[in-house]
Design a protein around this ligand. Structure first.
Ligand SMILES: *Cc1c(COP(=O)(O)O)cnc(C)c1O
Length: 418
């Protein structure tokens, strides 16, 4: 099945009970069983069925199954947010004294979470890139996982998943990959060696910014041992399902980070058009970036497919001809100019998220990275004059005209020194 067909038919056959062509919204907290015997069986995982929406729900399960197919994993767990997905993944495998390695380019909220983990005795070591040298410098006997984003948000550095996974596996460590900015439309990380995939489905998967949620998809490929991962000791007997078994029976249900059935429904609906939207998001981002690069008053424009991008070759290798995501960034010399530019844009909405049908814009240094130090910000590619744009699916010509009028407005009023 090709991707656009899989979005509609992969692990999805409508509602078996009624023939409904969409998965109905089972907006119910609990599911009654006919007998106490049946209840006992389901509670003890000896029969399939649903009991309580914090633990599982049919609308959610339908969304999870579709995500599993698209990412090419053995199972998925949908949760209340992208941050909940990252949190639950790490709490599922780590305990005090463990260490993880993270790229410096990760999302601001993830950087904040790493600080929270320090309070539980977990150390995070940072690398700018997943190279042999960087891993040699940071891996030690306490290291338990490596974390990266397919496309760093907002640095837009592209991870060469295949070579990174090979390297990480040579240390017997799993690669946990945040695929939010790329989505399975651009790349299926598991097919290139990633072990666990995280998506903030609040973004492109939902597509319309109508609900917050996240998804964890496991490849089943990493071998978890009780010696190195004592938190998993009761679950290693499940073999390739060990990670998911602990997540479903323990971490996820005890934290209580379930998704609402309504939001799972919205996500399934959004998912069906992911392919045609992503095609347009990528094209619009590329066209806008191309038309702004080199204009007077713009210090730099970054989109991984531009030949000026240091990630140009990697983007081609990882994504082929499909594009490099819907985000591009620009620098305008000063914070004052960046603010005025944002204020002058007619279509782009000034909001903190990405992946909406509408074009979105933000000044990351004063918002998402407000809690980070100057050094952390610069490592993440965030500067005072820096703007992140999430290209929507509007007509490209209208967007180009809007960005050019905003630039002319700023150039006229706020001079800059070269
Ligand atoms: C938004 C985002 C997250 C967090 O997702 P939420 O759904 O907002 O919790 C994590 N990683 C990346 C790359 C993101 O863009």
């Amino acid at each position: 099945m090709e991707f656009n067909t899989a979005l509609l038919h992969g692990n999805f056959h409508g509602d078996e009970a009624t023939g409904a062509t969409l998965s109905p919204i089972y907006q119910s907290s609990a599911f009654g069983q006919k007998t106490a015997e049946q209840m006992e069986k389901i509670f003890q995982n000896k029969a399939p069925g649903f009991l309580y929406t914090r633990i599982g729900n049919p609308t959610t399960a339908s969304f999870e199954n579709r995500m599993t197919y698209l990412e090419g994993g053995i199972g998925s767990v949908a949760v209340s947010s992208g941050m909940a997905a990252i949190t639950a993944t790490f709490l599922n495998i780590l305990r005090s004294g463990d260490e993880i390695i993270s790229k410096t380019s990760v999302f601001g909220g993830t950087l904040d979470l790493w600080k929270d983990l320090e309070n539980f005795g977990i150390t995070v070591r940072f690398v700018d890139d997943l190279t042999e040298e960087e891993l040699k410098r940071t891996v030690n006997e306490h290291t338990r996982a490596v974390f990266a984003e397919t496309i760093g948000n907002p640095k837009l550095d592209v991870t060469d998943i295949e070579s990174a996974a090979k390297l990480i596996h040579s240390y017997q460590l799993p690669l946990i990959l945040d695929n939010t900015a790329a989505t399975p439309y651009l790349v299926r990380g598991i097919s290139l060696g990633a072990d666990i995939i995280i998506n903030s489905s609040s973004k492109y998967i939902n597509g319309n910014s109508n609900s917050i949620s996240g998804v964890i998809t496991d490849s089943g490929n990493f071998v978890w041992t009780k010696e190195r991962y004592p938190a998993m000791k009761d679950y290693v007997k499940f073999g390739k399902f060990a990670f998911l078994a602990r997540l479903k029976n323990d971490t996820f249900r005890n934290i209580g980070c379930c998704i609402s059935p309504m939001n799972a429904y919205y996500n399934s609906l959004g998912l069906e058009t992911l392919g045609i939207r992503m095609e347009r998001h990528c094209r619009n981002a590329e066209r806008l970036a191309e038309s702004l690069e080199g204009l007077e008053g713009i210090k730099s424009v970054h989109y991984p497919l531009l030949s000026s991008s240091p990630y140009h070759e990697t983007a081609k290798k990882v994504f082929g001809e499909k594009g490099a995501g819907g985000i591009f960034t620009l620098r305008l010399y000063t914070k004052e100019r960046a603010f005025a530019f944002i204020n002058q844009l007619k279509y782009a909405v000034n909001v903190s998220n990405i992946g909406d049908t509408k074009t979105l814009v933000i000044h990351p240094a004063s918002t998402i990275y407000a809690h980070s130090s100057k050094e952390e910000r610069e490592k993440a590619g965030v500067y005072d004059d820096f703007i992140r744009v999430s290209a929507g699916i509007e007509q490209a010509e209208d967007l180009i005209e809007d960005f050019k009028q905003a630039l002319a407005f700023v150039n006229e009023r706020i001079p800059y020194l070269l």
